[in-house]
Unconditional design. Sequence first.
Lengths: 91, 449
Amino acid sequence: MTVDFALVAFVVLSAIEVGAAAMTVSAKKLVHNVFWLAITLITIAGIYILFLAEFIAWIQIIVYAGAVPVLFLFGIMLTRRKIMEEPHESE
Amino acid sequence: MSGALIDLWGWSHALAQFSLWLGSLPLEAGNWVALQTGAAAPGPLTGLIGFITGEGLTNFVAVIVAINILLLWATLLHLLIVMWIERKMYSRLQDRRGIMLGLGSSDFLRRILGPIPLIGRPFRRPSHLGTGFLQTVADGVKLFQKEVITPTNADKWMFHVAPVMIASSTLFLFVAIPWSDGFWLMGSMDKGVPVNPWGILVILGAFSIAPLGILIAGWASNNKYTLLGGMRAAAQLMSYEIPLVLSIIALVVLSGSLDPFELVRQQSVPLTYALGPFGRVTVPFLPNWYIFNPVLWIAFVVLFITVIAEAERIPFDIPEAEAELVEGWTTEYSGMRFGLVFGFKWLRAIAGAALIAILFLGGWSGPVFATVWAPNLAAPGTLYGIPLLPQEFWFTLKIYVIFVVFVWIGWSVPRIRIDQILNLGWKQLIPLSIFNILLATLARGFGWF
């Protein structure tokens, strides 16, 4: 019995990536979307490594995953947050 | 074995083989019992034994063992030593003795070992002369015992994901940092020498993931101080990543390699300047470190400042300015989660110092002086060379010297404001490093240096 570990890794990474992509468009908070986007981009880098394209993989992490914090900042700045508000629910 | 003490992959393969052999011993015993009671010739468990001691599982276990050796080496050994150096040294800079809880000052050991005539002597010393090394261990144990508190209004899920992201991206740095010709995790052997063509890129990629975890930590805690700290950290880390990469580009233009092993090999020869039409000049007694290069010392200065900023050390520690924001983006964390997000800053400082050492200070190259030959246990009849001053020693020494300079700078200058940090990054370091790339390209084009 031989296990094709590359195929296993590919399937796992793809599953994470598709799931994270679905969460990217369906999560309720903008900041969660950005986090899932980062997971998507990092798993794409993992798939590049499986394709033996290491250079593109690291560039993917530096350029795309490294730029996600900028999106994150915009997500914080341009959306309403509950921060510094009192918990106003009727206890 | 040219100067490297530790052969990480060889050792972990041997360890994996040995432990799997130990694990298969009970099965062998069962097999023997089955054979004695009249089972068929190879025994019923032979297939399982073959799988356990087979090549596939051995390689798998060897990978895990190698990763664990490297991470324990980095966190358990160097993290503790570096924290001790920092605490002891800033105490001396402030003219006090600092932490003192050491083996020599422990009450327990003094009572047990103190009365013994010869051995007890170091344990009878007064406690204000203790080394203080055990204080970092004690702090770690204290953090382990503390309760992990999740704030009520925090975004719970992301609050717990953030320390994982910070810790994993910090440990990911150490995957790509080799400690010597034999002590590396990422790379392969090519014509008898280790190569890792994109090693420096991997380190930069790991540095670029950190701001995301810090921002998530600051945002998810739902606290104005953590949010401010996280925003400051993101602004600072993202703007200092640009000069970090640009200064390395200048070095890559001149050296023509992103491979840490190749960069160190280039720097371990005598210092040579190529002077264009005037031939080559060799300077005796000096190694060919890139800090001595007339063009690249600018990149060294830029890289040094950016690494201090990336590690959030003191002139650039506004993300956790404890006078304004309680503890910055780490405020809401407690217990070992605080230990992770706080202690791993030192780990990032070690990684930054290792990056500086590899790129500009010759990495692990250094005089070995003498090699002691011992019988090789793994292959009987051959000898195993143990270098007197191995490459790991030189690399560790360089990292510690750079770290001491970090501490020295950090506790001598005041913290600077956010606008000053951004001005320094965007208006001075980035133009300087672009100018340096221009110089390096010209030097490369005309065949100088």
